[in-house]
Design a protein around this ligand. Structure first.
Ligand code: ASP
Ligand code: MG
Length: 409
């Protein structure tokens, strides 16, 4: 019999009825003889409600106290879920992060897990109990409650699975798996049976929001097989694991990810001397702003153009910083565009196939979509295009790489 860690997200436990349905699901696994450890999120909307309460008092609440507040959401769910399991005659016990304990660093609101004590959980499993752990929270060395960042329950689930050496970490959510792309954009998008950690990581960091990036990183690092499934329907979901031996069987492209919220800045006529890139990007990273793509041209006339992308929310702030830097550097001018988006194709099959990039560019050209920037990795090609072409680009690429579910085309 297997040991599963099952994580249920906010919508899956969004009401008493849903919590009872989750309890029934867990009970079915118990009845098959499996050992179950559960990680749960707060009921849907609850964490936002708590954030709003804190904002009503202060727009810069103490991070320590914010964590004390936010951790209450998950504490409600663990108690209710245990009650629901007990009502079904399924023995269950709840633990907050502090009680496990899940030890983290002291970076409040974005803490990292350092270690998990499995003694109590093992004892309970041996006694035939279902163990229900509050997601998203831990405790630091001083005994203060910490949280792991929004969406952090996924990370709790994976970390528990790694610590317990579980057979699988199952992430139950409101979709029935990972899709070739967002089905709201492409109706014929297909559920993937399996995908590798690497691909999932690229999909997540390129904008696919099914799983928290950190959770996927963690799962890859500790080789915890992850399965994304629906809380509401039965089905196999999508298995995320190490690359299969049989590379010939791999499709060239597994999925298409996209990100709408991008903005682009270009510093024109930057002197071509050492240290310029660091002088442009230094103040941006000092302001804690993440830079995504970076492109610098070959210098023809002892000056170069330097272009990079940031999250659209940071655009105004970055523009201010960069105008100052450009002045200091004696650059010609700064141009910006906050109506761009990024579309990426992802697949480990790229490693063993040539011509993937030109196929992508051909497909976009056939729809007269202009590519403004390109960036590549071993298993990803991303392009920046005008936002108004996003849907068209995703649909075109989805078809060009044969990703559609034929029965839906
Ligand atoms: N409740 C937390 C949030 O809403 C953690 C989670 O749901 O994963 O971000
Ligand atoms: Mg969530």
């Amino acid at each position: 019999m297997a040991l599963y860690v099952q994580k249920f997200g906010g919508t899956s436990v969004g009401s008493v009825e849903r919590i009872e349905a989750v309890a029934e699901k867990i009970k079915r696994f118990r009845d098959e003889g499996h050992d179950i450890v559960v990680a749960v999120s707060a009921m849907s909307g609850e964490t936002n409600r708590l954030v709003a309460l804190s904002q009503a008092i202060s727009n810069q609440p103490s991070p320590r106290e914010l964590d004390v507040l936010l951790a209450t959401g998950e504490q409600v769910t663990i108690a209710l879920l245990c009650m629901a399991l007990q009502k079904l005659d399924c023995d269950a016990v709840s633990y907050t992060g502090t009680q496990v304990p899940i030890l983290t660093d002291s970076a409040h609101t974005k803490a990292r897990i350092q270690s998990i004590d499995t003694v109590k959980m093992r004892r309970d499993l041996d006694a035939g109990k279902v163990v229900v752990v509050a997601g998203f929270q831990g405790v630091d060395q001083f005994g203060s409650i910490t949280t792991l960042g929004r969406g952090g329950s996924d990370t709790t689930g994976v970390a528990l699975a790694a610590a317990l050496k579980a057979d699988e970490c199952q992430i139950y959510t409101d979709v029935d798996g990972v899709y070739t792309t967002d089905p709201r954009v492409v109706k014929s998008a297909r559920r993937l049976d399996r995908i590798t950690f690497e691909e999932m990581l690229e999909m997540a960091s390129q904008g696919s929001k099914v799983l928290q990036i950190r959770a996927v990183e963690f799962a890859g690092k500790y080789n915890v097989p992850l399965r994304v499934l629906s809380s509401f329907e039965d089905g196999p979901g999508t298995l995320i694991s190490l690359e299969e031996e049989d590379i010939m069987e791999q499709p060239i492209i597994s999925g298409i990810a996209f990100n709408r919220d991008e903005a682009k800045l270009t510093v024109l006529g930057v002197p071509d001397v050492p240290g310029v890139a660091s002088r442009i990007l230094g103040p941006i990273s000092a302001a804690n702003i993440e830079v995504d793509m970076i492109v610098q041209n070959v210098a023809e006339d002892r000056t170069t153009d330097f272009t990079f992308t940031v999250h659209r929310n940071d655009y105004d702030k970055v523009m201010k910083v960069i105008e100052q830097v450009a002045d200091d550097l004696g650059a010609v001018e700064v141009k910006g565009d906050n109506t761009i988006c990024k579309v990426s194709i992802v697949g480990v099959g790229m490693r063993s196939h040539a011509g993937v990039a030109s196929k992508m560019f051909d497909a976009l050209a056939s729809e007269s979509i202009n590519i403004q920037m390109i960036s590549t990795s071993e298993i990803k090609i991303a392009v920046v295009i005008a936002e108004k072409y996003l849907e068209l680009a995703v649909r075109t690429l989805h078809a060009a790489f044969g990703l559609s579910d034929e029965s839906l085309v």
